[in-house]
Write a protein that binds this ligand. Structure first.
Ligand code: TYD
Length: 132
């Protein structure tokens, strides 16, 4: 299984670097941006799949791991660069673990928030996708 990394165009400068998220760099039009911050040590997030929403996750500060399950496979991705985003396609179960102190996870989503788009129950996900 291949999950796609997106290289975020960056202007490097001795005064500090600047990364740009602009239409065209991301393979969907984003309608929502949110971010996870102040995640306590040892805490995990996620634990769901989205039926029709694509997301791009960017560790704009710190690092964390994302476990992805797409119905047939499981893969753990280490997010640790603010210039590399991870694309999470629809119908992909995701869990986020091992947040470093001060980590911030920025998420760009292709749709506005709708709880009906979530599969939050693992048994429902496995029944739909055949994931074991
Ligand atoms: P949740 O999706 O469970 O967070 P995570 O997957 O990061 O662990 O969302 C936590 C709560 O926030 C849940 O009650 C839904 C709400 N929420 C919104 O209201 N709008 C949003 O855009 C998101 C992502 C979550």
């Amino acid at each position: 299984m291949e999950f796609t990394w997106i290289d975020i165009p960056t202007v490097n400068d001795p005064r500090g670097n600047l990364a740009i998220l602009e239409k065209g760099v991301i393979p969907f039009d984003f309608k929502r941006v949110f971010y996870l911050f102040d995640v306590p040590s040892g805490s995990s997030r996620g634990g769901h799949a989205l039926k029709t929403t694509n997301q791009l996750l960017i560790p704009i500060s710190g690092s964390f791991d994302v476990v992805l399950k797409n119905g047939s496979d499981t893969q753990t991705m280490a997010l640790n660069s603010p210039t590399k985003g991870l694309l999470i396609p629809t119908m992909t179960w995701r869990e986020m673990h091992h947040f470093s102190a001060g980590a911030v996870c920025l998420v760009l989503a292709s749709k506005t928030y709708q709880e009906e788009d979530y599969i939050r129950d693992w048994n429902t996900f496995t029944a739909v996708t055949g994931q074991r």
